[in-house]
Structures are given as structure tokens and as C-alpha cells.
Design a protein around this ligand. Structure first.
Ligand SMILES: Cc1cc2nc3c(=O)[nH]c(=O)nc-3n(C[C@H](O)[C@H](O)[C@H](O)COP(=O)(O)OP(=O)(O)OC[C@H]3O[C@@H](n4cnc5c(N)ncnc54)[C@H](O)[C@@H]3O)c2cc1C
Length: 391
């Protein structure tokens, strides 16, 4: 099939199956579960999962679409052109799936991947512990082999979506006498068992996007050890690189020039003179932000093009994580700043829905330079692993 025919077909399929309520909206970390818990979201998921489009590039043997690099690019462009949310989002497709494709046994892939593609099983990440965040390798949750399973005791924290998850991928200490980065293993465990207790952490906003997770003699099957025993650090690090490499969507070359949201907000606040934003500082800030975002997007596209061979991501993903999260935070601060007093609207009739949502977005974006490794940690990785600077 030619790429043009493929584009026409995928466009038609999206138009036919994407409900209006799954279009023209942003996906936020805090309310992602609610966004994907509606009958419309379920319809959208089922229609796309039937064609494997929930995990477009994974092999067909796992129920995925097996799209080529070029076909996937077209598919992402058509989703963006339709302003449609992805049919499935989360740690299954973005993190553990690619990690299993690289490190999993054939049996693990056959058992876990089809349920990720269908959206039947949701995953959470058991990495951080109280006292082990940036210094993740100091983690203390212990796993002991007993017959054909591991017995796990300890605690994880900041486990996003644990209360909605069916399975967890976790880093656990399997050799307490080994050096810090050794003696860690990467295991998969069922969240619906009596040894697992979940306590949602309530935020000031009232929502609970993440939890504390306690293990009291929780069980992981021995054949759910991913990679070698005591060599889980390598697997865990690669998963983080998949997390950090989540690239912004490619732009559809047929699409009209996208609206510049910063310029719109600035025009609304300061008006226009001779076709320009009527405030020099605002104009400078909008131009600087827009150029930086564009430069990042082009760089990500170039690197993605260069690595079309399907090579696994490396330490350079830390550059994208660092620049992307910093720009995202600066962008939402700029929008709030441009709005003036409207930029701190939290609730009440005097603020528009747009202004309230922007303030919440600005606060929410404080988190982007923390999860998946803080900015300082990314700088350390870039210094050591990309630039080769001494410790
Ligand atoms: C929204 C959100 C979702 C999350 N979801 C999950 C999840 O699903 N699963 C999970 O396991 N974890 C999750 N986390 C936890 C996240 O991975 C940790 O918060 C992060 O790794 C930082 O660890 P910490 O909070 O313990 O901070 P700390 O490690 O205590 O860091 C505190 C400060 O010290 C700085 N610092 C620490 N060490 C160094 C160093 N060597 N050099 C320079 N500066 C340093 C840090 O940059 C930071 O500014 C989530 C966090 C957030 C905010």
C-alpha cells in the first residue's frame, strides 16, 4: 500500500471512530484517569486496539499494528490533525512495553504485551522510596527468593496511578550485601494481591494522582524477573530512558501553521499595533519562548529521523527531558505573567475558565522538572554520560 493510500485510510478510520469528546482537549497528569474512564474513551480505545493502533510500532504477533517508521509518522500526524487524544496513554505503552520488547523473555512478552495493547491491564512504576528519589540506587525494598517466587517487603512512594493499576514494574533489592548499584532486580507484580496496600496521597488541589505503596510479603513470580537477577539497574535505567524520550508529536506537513498560543494571550492582554503585540517586553518574551520550543521540536524530529533504525534510546534522552521540561515550565509561567492579575485566578466568577485552567496548568508544570528524574539529575547524566566529564 502506498503511503498516500495509508494516510487516506487512517484519516478516514480516525474520523469514523474518534468521539468528539476525545478531541480538542489536553491530557493532564492529574486527571488522566478520569479522561480515560468515560464510555467515549472506551469506544475510542476499542476501535483503535482492534487495529493494534494503541501500540502502533510493536510487532503484530502481540496484537499491535506493526507499522513502519514512516507509517507511524503519518498516523501520529493524522491523530494530531484530527486533534484527537491518543486512544491509550500510560506506562504500559510508554515504559514497560518497550522495556519488555528489549529485555523480556518470549514468554513474558507473550503474556504481558497483548494485554497492554488491548488496554486491559494498566501499569504503575515502583521506583521511588522515602529517602530514595534522586539517589534511586539506595532503595531498600527487599525481595527474597522462595521456591518459584519472590517475597517482597518494603515501601514505595509517589507511585502515580497505583490505585488504578493492575500491575507494577518495580526495582527491588535482591542482594543486600552487594555494592549499591548491584544487587537490584527488576520485577513485575500483580497489584491485586493481599500483600499490597495502596494509600493515595492527597494534593492541595484535592486530587490524588499518586500513592504510597506498601509491600507485606507481596509475591512476584520468579518468571516475572526481567533481565538477570541482581542486574536490574541496567533494565531500570533503560526504562527511564524510554520515559524521558517521549517525544512531542510530529507536525503534519499538510497542516496549516499552528496558532501561537503565547502570541494570542499577549495580544489579548496588550492589544495590537501595526500588526504587532503592543508591548515590547511581551513581544520579546513571546518570540524567545516560541523560538526555543521550535528549536527543541526540530531537534527531536532530527534525532528521531537519525535513529530510525529502531535503536534503543540512550543518555541523550536526558537532554530532551531537561530542555523539554524547563521550556514547558517557562512557557506556562510566561502565559501567567502575560495575563497579569488574571494569571493567578484560582476560582470564582471573576476569572474565565481559561484563566483558571491556565493557573492550574502553571502550578501543575512545577512537577515536570521532578518526575522521571529531576533537572539536576539530568544535568549530572549529561555531564557524565554524554560529555564524558569526570565524576
Ligand atoms: C508528578 C510526579 C509523579 C511521580 N511519579 C512517580 C512514579 O509513578 N513512580 C515513582 O517511582 N516515582 C514517581 N515520582 C517520584 C520522582 O521520581 C522523584 O520525586 C524524583 O526522582 C526526585 O526524588 P525526591 O522527590 O526524593 O527528591 P530528592 O532526591 O530528595 O531531591 C531533592 C532535591 O535535591 C536535588 N538533588 C538530589 N540529588 C542531587 C545530586 N546528586 N546533584 C544535584 N542535585 C541533587 C534534586 O534535584 C532536588 O532538587 C513522581 C514525582 C512527581 C513529582
Amino acid at each position: 500500500m502506498s503511503i498516500d493510500t495509508f494516510r487516506a485510510e487512517i484519516r478516514e478510520y480516525i474520523a469514523e471512530h474518534c468521539p468528539d469528546s476525545m478531541k480538542n482537549r489536553a491530557l493532564h497528569f492529574e486527571d488522566a484517569h478520569e479522561t480515560y474512564s468515560t464510555p467515549d474513551a472506551d469506544k475510542w480505545l476499542k476501535a483503535m486496539a482492534a487495529k493494534g493502533l494503541t501500540a502502533p510500532t510493536w510487532p503484530k504477533e502481540y496484537g499491535a499494528a506493526g507499522l513502519s517508521y514512516e507509517e507511524n509518522r503519518v498516523y501520529q500526524e493524522e491523530l494530531a490533525a484530527a486533534k484527537a487524544l491518543p486512544p491509550l496513554a500510560g506506562m504500559g505503552t510508554a515504559m514497560i512495553g518497550p522495556t519488555l520488547l528489549e529485555f523480556g523473555t518470549d514468554e513474558q512478552k507473550a503474556r504481558h504485551l497483548p494485554k497492554i495493547v488491548s488496554g486491559e491491564v494498566r501499569w504503575c512504576q515502583g521506583y521511588s522510596e522515602p529517602g530514595s528519589g534522586s539517589d534511586l540506587a539506595s532503595l531498600q525494598t527487599k525481595a527474597v527468593i522462595e521456591g518459584d517466587h519472590f517475597v517482597i517487603n518494603g515501601q514505595k512512594i509517589w507511585t502515580s496511578g497505583a490505585q488504578h493499576a493492575d500491575w507494577m514494574f518495580a526495582l527491588v533489592r535482591t542482594d543486600p550485601n552487594a555494592a549499591k548499584h548491584d544487587g537490584i532486580s527488576f520485577v513485575l507484580l500483580d497489584m491485586h494481591q493481599k500483600g499490597v496496600t495502596i494509600k493515595p496521597i492527597q494534593l492541595i488541589s484535592g486530587s490524588s494522582p499518586f500513592c504510597e505503596t506498601f509491600f507485606d510479603d507481596a509475591i512476584a513470580r520468579r518468571d516475572d524477573l526481567v533481565g538477570e537477577l541482581n542486574k536490574g539497574w541496567t533494565v531500570g535505567k533503560r526504562l527511564l530512558q524510554y520515559e524521558r524520550s517521549a517525544a512531542p508529536p510530529a507536525r503534519n506537513k499538510n497542516q496549516k501553521k499552528p496558532v501561537n498560543a503565547f502570541a494570542e494571550v499577549a495580544r489579548e492582554a496588550f492589544g495590537e499595533r501595526n500588526g504587532k503585540i503592543n508591548n515590547t517586553d511581551a513581544r520579546d518574551n513571546v518570540i524567545r519562548q516560541t523560538m526555543s520550543e521550535k528549536a527543541l521540536k526540530l531537534t527531536v524530529e532530527r534525532v528521531t529521523d537519525e535513529s530510525r533504525s529502531g535503536k534503543a534510546p540512550g543518555a541523550t534522552t536526558s537532554i530532551f527531558k531537561y530542555v523539554g521540561s524547563t521550556l514547558s515550565k517557562e512557557g506556562s509561567s510566561l502565559k501567567s505573567q502575560l495575563r497579569g492579575s488574571d494569571g493567578v485566578g484560582w476560582e470564582g466568577d471573576e476569572f474565565s475558565e481559561d484563566a483558571i485552567s491556565a493557573t492550574r496548568g502553571w502550578l501543575r508544570d512545577r512537577a515536570v522538572t521532578i518526575y522521571g528524574g529531576t533537572n539536576e539529575v539530568q544535568l549530572n547524566i549529561i555531564a557524565k554520560r554524554v560529555l564524558g566529564l569526570p565524576d
